[in-house]
Design a protein around this ligand. Sequence first.
Ligand code: AMP
Ligand code: TRP
Length: 354
Amino acid sequence: MRIFSGIQPTGTKHLGNYIGAIRQYVEGQERAHAAGDDALFCVVDLHAITVAYDPAELRTRLYDTTAVLLAAGLDPAKCILFRQSDVPHHAELTWLLSSVVPNGRLARMHQFRDKSAAQRELVSAGLLFYPVLMAADVLAYRADEVPVGEDQREHLELMRDAARDVNRRFAPELGSGEGGERGLLIVPEQRTPPVGARIMDLQDPARKMSTSSGSVEGTVYVLDEGKALEKKFKRAVTDSENEIRFDRAEKPGVSNLLEILAASRRTTIDEAVASMADARGYGDLKVAALEAVDAELAPLRERYAELRPDETALEAALATGAARATEIAGEVLSDVREAMGVGVPRGVSVPGRG
Ligand code: AMP
Ligand code: TRP
């Protein structure tokens, strides 16, 4: 099985990104490596330019995000870690896919509606096209599996439909690309973690933890430590009872803390609840969650401090990944161009062209 995921080089990565996505990348890297398959992880700078941004800050954030991924355990010797814009095939496949993706569907995507409502000046065409570029990211590698958080469900559905439509329309003879069958493109599966696919804001447990829309006090960043980290947990919003039980609808704050506790300790939610049987109140739950998160993130913080300053080494790691990604995407794009009838036909030699 081939694994692909992407992450935006925006803001500072938070506990939701870490538990929902980054930790799954590391697990996927190990699983793919053991099976002799590829796992690709892409820092998606082309997605980051679809909303207002500062070019110099984008460069800084790209290194921040790359260093977080390496610090979390991605290893360029075991996976393909690269920058999206280094592989031009993503942009080309976006355009080719744009011929099968309905415009009305893009306009109805939740993320497009939310983000375009939040833009003060320009709602760019790029924002509308965001899901097509994301589909191209994955489909350009014929990836089987996409580790992401729960919030990416709509994007994954669009991607799967785009793959099906291309296969049906341009290469039905090659197979459906689904259920283990080969095809021009592969219809990928979303993979979310059993615990922690949607971590909520500590101050507003009805909202997901998010860089762009959440509260700073309710967002736990992967590099938070000491008093700052402690404060966020101690001030987490709970409810007016004092019963520790998992019930997302009735007790969203307590349930979120239990989920963070379970995910950080790598146990089930039932085990997390059972471990709190002797707790005197929510204060104990907050301390337990804080300690579990701190223990989980401490090694990442240390490695990040070592890795982040050496931008030349970060560029070198990304360059290695880009070279291998380009090989794979180049082959897939050549098949797609052939099936769609664009470019020089296969087997035809053109005078003056290699
Ligand atoms: P982004 O930073 O938007 O590129 O997101 C990177 C990854 O983190 C994606 O796979 C998201 O689905 C995941 N993610 C973002 N927010 C959360 C959250 N609150 N809980 C779980 N996963 C999340
Ligand atoms: N849209 C994803 C997010 O906001 C990032 C992303 C871009 C992605 N391309 C991808 C995720 C391809 C998985 C696969 O988190």
